[in-house]
Structures are given as C-alpha cells and as structure tokens.
Design a protein around this ligand. Structure first.
Ligand code: SF4
Length: 436
C-alpha cells in the first residue's frame, strides 16, 4: 500500500480538513503513516494566521522535504493560498493546493506520482470560492470536530483570514445531519462545532437559517452527550442562542468570545463591531443566566497605535471580566491588511512586555476559575493518556487529570476534584460508562 504522511498546523478547522483528506486517501486504497521516512506522499496542511505561523509552515515544509527526498510533497491550506510562489521555490515541493480543491487531492497526487517533472499549482482566487466544500470525514479523536462553515466577511483590520479563506460559505443542514448520523453510529459522546466564523452560519443562504438552526440539527440528529460550540463573535450571541445554551443540558457551558482589546479606540481601529460596554453587558448577562459558564477569549496586544493608556485600559477591562482563560497574541503584521499600513507600529519589546502582563492576568483568571471546582464532582470524557495520568475536559473547559488505572480513552469518568495543577486540576476517578 502507498503510504501517506500528514503534518498539520493551525486551528481546529485545519485539523478537521486533515482528517477529511486522510479519509480521501484511505478510501482510495492508501495507508496513513506516522513515519515520514516510510511515506511515498507527504502532505503539509499549513497556517498563516500570524507571521510566526507562516514562518513555521515554511520551516516544516523544508524539514519534511529534507527528511524524505523521494516522496511526493504536497503543501495545502491557508499558507499555500497566501504565498504559493515562496512555497514553489522550496526544493522538493510537487503539489500546491490553496483553500479550494482539497477534495481533489488524491487526483493531484496520482498525477504527481506518475510525473514528477512538473509542479501542480491549484491556487485560485478566493473570491471565486462560493460554495462550502463537501469532504468525507472520519474523526480520529475522542471529541469529534464537525465543520459547519468556512470563510469570513468581517475583514477585521488585522486579519488575513478573509483573504485566504474567502467569504462565508455555510454547510447545508442536510449535510450536517448526514455527518451527525455517522458520528452517532460511531458512538461519539462529544461533538465540537467548528468553522472560521460560525456565528455567521447561514448568512449566505436565502432561507434565513442561522447558527441556532445548525445547533438544533446537531442535537436532534447526533444527540451527543456533549455539544461544544467553537469561537463565537460577541455581537452574534443572540437571545435564542443564549437561551439554547442555558436550557439544553447537552450544550457545554463554555463559550469563547474573542475580545481582542479592552480599549474602545483600539476596537474601532481593529474594525470590531462592538464596544467594551456591549461586551461587558453580554458577559454579565451570561454569568447571571448561566452561573457555571466559563468564558474564554482572545486578546491582541501591541496593535498599531495602541498607547500605554490604551493598554492600561485593556488590562483594567480584562481584570474585571469573568474570563476563565485569555489567549494572548502579540499583534502580527499581515501584508495586505489595513492594519499593516497603519502608522505607529509597536516595537517587539513593548509587544512582549504587554503580552507578559496580559498572560499574568490570564494565569490568575484560570486559577481562580479552576479553584471553584475543588471539592466538587465533575464529569470528563477520557481524552489522552500520558505520564501515568489520563486527562479530559469538563463541560466548562477545565482540564482534569486522574491517575491512569486501566482507563479506556472515550470513557466517561466522574472525578472528585482535589487539587490545582498548572493547567487545570487533579482528582480521583470513578468510571461511569464504557468507551467506544
Ligand atoms: S471575524 Fe475578524 S478576526 Fe475573525 S476570521 Fe473574520 S476577519 Fe478574522
């Protein structure tokens, strides 16, 4: 059997797409391998969300090309879409596929396997991508990612994603239902809804369906023990969606609401469609209606023209917010975006020191949230096993570790939480149900 090796960078959507491409290869008679030296085909699924992601993508492509000079080398995804010329100049790359045409990856690889003399370049204009790309999918994890949407129309001033992923394309409810039935048949207990901008789900359809319809479809067809929602813009947390999260026990009491800045001036410069007041009104409402909810967020520090006072406002704001975790990103200049040509770019040293301050707030917030679990009993789904411990997440997204006493991954475990640890809590386990 011809063996294919995959390496994936970036977000949950990329991981979903990797799993889908793996399924295309196995359906065509290939075997997926973890050993790059044994592979006849190497696929790198890339990311370009920050300058560091692009640099890492290039590094990994070069390293992979050096590790196996005989394999057909395929580079796919967001970085392939943004800089195909740079990738083409790397020795050993045979096939470059952007953010469209992943469904035809096997066909391109077979052409390259038969003729290595010419590179295959499949990078079209993102404006021409108008439909959701249907891919067969077989999850490999305990938690099944389910992609319901691609693309974004927001054009936040710092973000390259709309330029490489294109406009919003939603997956039909029928297609979501079909995949959910397969996930149910396979016994998945947790489904994670993913997409680039899931709050915009349905905006490209004429029949006015929205994210609430997609969530209800998943609940009805897959009936998972847990449904977790991916990142949602605060402005898209509608009354209906909040009520659904509050009232349906299967929906995890965890939301990820990207804030990006706690200064209204910086939010305006970022072209974000809300104010700090809108945001804090929403988080106060969520905590009031769903007391156990955890709220994660993203924060960009060192955005162009962010003054010391703007940053001080941000720190004051995030300290006051009921966050359980803050993902902190030093601003990364992306060519072609509005922010890249703004004056008063911030020095790397200042970005670093601001990131450290924000991370300290995040650490304190995470510890405060996890501490609430001590002395309680929580349920997790056993996800990974390492160094004598099995770990999994609570519904409200705290990582819990228990000693590995013959626990099968996928089992539901009830845990008496005892202590804090750096990235979550530890406890004593009692198994509730068998895995799958
Ligand atoms: S909402 Fe803004 S930050 Fe998110 S993908 Fe769209 S443009 Fe980027």
């Amino acid at each position: 059997m011809t063996k294919v090796f995959f390496q994936t960078l970036g977000c949950k959507v990329n991981w979903y797409e990797t799993e889908a491409m793996q399924k295309l290869f196995t359906a065509a008679g290939y075997e997926i391998t973890d050993d790059i030296s044994a592979a006849s085909v190497v696929v790198i699924n890339t990311c370009t969300v920050t300058a560091v992601s692009s640099q890492k993508s290039r590094q990994i492509i070069r390293r992979a090309a050096g590790a196996n000079k005989n394999a057909v080398m395929v580079v796919v995804g967001c970085y392939a879409q943004s800089e195909p010329e740079k990738i083409s100049a790397i020795d050993g790359v045979d096939v470059i596929i952007g953010t469209k045409d992943r469904a035809r990856i096997v066909e391109f690889v077979e052409t390259a396997l038969n003729n290595r003399d010419e590179k295959i370049l499949r990078v079209g204009k993102v404006e021409d991508i108008t439909a959701f790309e249907e891919l067969p999918h077989a999850p490999h994890r305990t938690r099944a990612f389910l992609k319901i949407e691609d693309g974004c129309n927001n054009f936040c001033s710092y973000c390259i994603i709309p330029y490489v992923r294109g406009r919003v394309r939603s997956r039909s409810l029928e297609s979501i239902r079909t995949e959910c039935l397969a996930l149910k048949a396979a016994g998945y207990k947790e489904i994670v809804l993913t997409g680039i901008h899931i709050g915009a789900y349905g905006r490209d359809f004429k029949n006015k369906i929205n994210l609430v319809d997609a969530v209800k479809t998943v609940l009805e067809s897959a009936n998972p023990m847990r449904l977790r929602l991916g990142s949602i813009e605060s402005a898209e947390m509608t009354d209906d969606l909040i009520a659904l999260i509050r009232d349906d026990d299967r929906i995890c009491k965890h939301v990820h609401l990207p804030l990006q800045s706690g200064s209204d001036k910086v939010l305006r410069d970022m072209h974000r469609p809300y104010t700090t007041k809108n945001f804090s009104d929403l988080t106060a409402r969520l905590v009031n209606e769903i007391p156990e909810i955890s709220i994660g967020t993203d924060l960009i520090v060192g955005f162009p023209d962010e003054s010391d006072d703007d940053f001080a406002e941000t720190v004051e704001f995030i300290r006051a917010q009921p966050f359980s975790k803050i993902h902190v990103f030093p601003y990364s200049m992306r060519a072609g975006t509005v922010a890249a040509s703004m004056p008063n770019q911030i020095s790397p040293q200042i970005k670093k020191s601001r990131a450290n301050i924000a991370l300290e707030v995040s650490r304190a917030k995470a510890e405060e949230f996890s501490t609430r679990l001590i002395g309680k009993t929580v349920d997790i789904i056993a996800e990974t096993s390492q160094d004598g411990f099995v770990d999994g997440l609570t519904g409200n997204y705290v990582r819990v570790y228990v000693p590995d006493e013959n626990i099968t991954l996928g089992e539901i475990i009830s845990v008496d939480v005892k202590n804090l640890r750096r990235d979550g809590v530890t406890g004593a386990a009692k198994i509730i149900s068998e895995g799958f």
